[in-house]
Design a protein around this ligand. Structure first.
Ligand SMILES: *Cc1c(COP(=O)(O)O)cnc(C)c1O
Length: 476
């Protein structure tokens, strides 16, 4: 460990531009990652460090002299890993998964090695065309409307950093459409259910939209379309401009599924932009047996799902589609003279800089392409089905056990449960979330706290699900 400038290095530092050293250190780094992943089950899921612990272990000043790579790897073990929450742990059942996988890691590595900027087609044609191809593949594989393919349809897909960015983008395009039609942004109203993700409210705020209405939900925590219609009518009567509605296919709280078709019909009848937030659950639509849950997508204007949650592709890799790419590009395209080029002017290419806020963009499609090729869609489907089966099995077991109460249905791989006896619930939740070889978190619904058991981490095995049941049984 070299935490002080005075330590003599154990070995001579490499020239950082020496490619032989890069090969050697690169192999050591991949070995390090493989060892890390192989030993995760023996580590506590949550980091035990206190605020400031990591900072205190780091030198006060940047190193003036080159340091050996071995020291950097040693500091990973000594300083960094103890300060991490291990999201790739086989016992990870907290929040939602943020899955990585070996092919994804290698795609990320090569993308960094290539170091290309794919802002325009002409600044790296392969980066754009691989991305368009992979997103067109996924239109078919996820059962999305075929008009969303960029090669044949008016729509198209793009990789963004996060679902929050994608939703913000959709809000900006919808706001632009409304303001061109004469509305003032501060009079515009955005609708989502009271269970919707905070990114809708945040995106509306960033986009300068005046009002956000959180529509009430039914017993299954899905948006009540009757309440949506009533809210739209009331706002219109008040002189406001209903402009955007977000349906969730899988809310963050309990993975509730809003009635996409009903909401889409209301949006169509009232001229609202209809955005579908399937950040967590969308990738599970690789399994056709789930697709009834997204019925009505042909009535959507935009859609987002995160490959960086439940598709074995490490953050960041959020997949955003629009049914019609023209208003998106019209809203975001600004062409300064230094970016003009004949390919763009030919109109025959996609310039992804016009599909999101940033100009520069990484070659993120590479890792997703490699994940799809390495697992194959059959392999991905089989893994997702295993997660779904674990969640279904656990739900049935909890349902049959008088000690537990399910607080929401289990349409995907999140099980939401509390202790049936309200007096015992706090101790139950505290016990479950204090586990160190299982990562579990609690949430709250209608004033009652509950345990979110999110199955679907890359490395979770049957033995981890068995350990979970044992822990539930003991804590109850
Ligand atoms: C996770 C999640 C988001 C936010 O995703 P980011 O990519 O982190 O912005 C939005 N909506 C839903 C339903 C989610 O589950």
């Amino acid at each position: 460990m070299t935490t002080s400038h005075d330590d003599a290095p154990d070995e001579a530092p490499d020239d950082p531009m020496d490619l032989d050293a890069f090969r050697r250190n690169g192999h050591a780094a991949v070995d390090w990652v493989a060892d890390y992943l192989a030993t995760l089950r023996d580590r506590p899921v949550w980091s035990p460090v206190a605020p400031g612990d990591v900072r205190r272990a780091l030198p006060a000043r940047a190193p003036r002299r080159p340091e050996p790579f071995a020291d950097m790897l040693a500091d990973l073990d000594e300083i960094v890993v103890p300060g991490l929450t291990h999201w790739q742990h086989p016992g990870w059942m907290a929040y939602f998964p943020a899955n990585s996988s070996p092919p994804s890691v290698l795609g990320e590595l090569v993308s960094a090695g290539l170091g290309v900027q794919g802002m325009l087609w002409s600044t790296s044609p392969a980066a754009t065309e691989v991305e368009s191809t992979v997103l067109d593949w996924l239109v078919d594989e996820l059962g999305l409307p075929s008009s969303w393919r960029v090669d044949t349809g008016p729509g198209g897909g793009v990789i963004q950093m996060s679902a929050s960015d994608a939703t913000h983008t959709a809000l900006v395009v919808a706001r632009t459409r409304a303001t061109i039609a004469g509305a003032a942004a501060e009079d515009c109203v955005v609708y989502a259910s009271e269970q919707a993700h905070s990114s809708i409210e945040k995106g509306a705020r960033v986009a300068g939209i005046g009002h956000v209405r959180l529509v009430s939900t039914d017993d299954a925590h899905a948006m009540d379309p009757v309440d949506l219609s009533a809210a739209v009518a009331a706002d219109r009567a008040d002189g406001l401009v209903p402009m955007f509605v977000c349906s969730a296919v899988g809310t963050t709280g309990t993975t509730a599924v809003d009635p996409v078709r009903r909401i889409g019909e209301i949006a169509r009848d009232h001229g609202l932009w209809h955005h579908v937030d399937a950040a967590y659950a969308g990738t599970a639509m690789l399994c056709p047996e789930l697709r009834h849950l997204q019925d009505g997508l042909e009535l959507a204007d935009s859609y987002v799902t995160n490959a960086h949650k439940w598709l074995f592709t490490n953050f960041d890799c959020s997949l955003f589609w629009v049914a019609d790419r023209a208003p998106l590009v019209d809203t975001l395209s600004i062409v300064p003279p230094y970016l003009r080029n004949t390919a763009s002017e030919s109109g025959e290419v996609v310039d992804y800089r016009d599909w999101h806020v940033p100009l520069g963009r990484r070659f993120r499609a590479l890792k997703l392409w490699w994940v799809l090729r390495s697992f194959g869609t059959d392999g991905l489907r089989a893994r997702i089905r295993e997660h779904l089966a674990w969640a279904r099995g656990l739900t049935e077991r909890l349902e049959a056990d008088h000690r537990f109460t399910l607080v929401a249905p289990t349409p995907f791989a999140l099980v939401s449960v509390r202790h049936a006896d309200p007096r015992r619930n706090t101790v139950f939740l505290d016990t479950m979330t204090a586990h160190t070889d299982l990562g579990l978190t609690a949430s709250e619904l209608d004033g009652q706290r509950f345990l979110r058991i999110s199955l679907g981490a890359t490395w979770t095995q049957q033995e981890d699900v068995d350990r979970l049941w044992q822990a539930l049984d003991e804590a109850a």
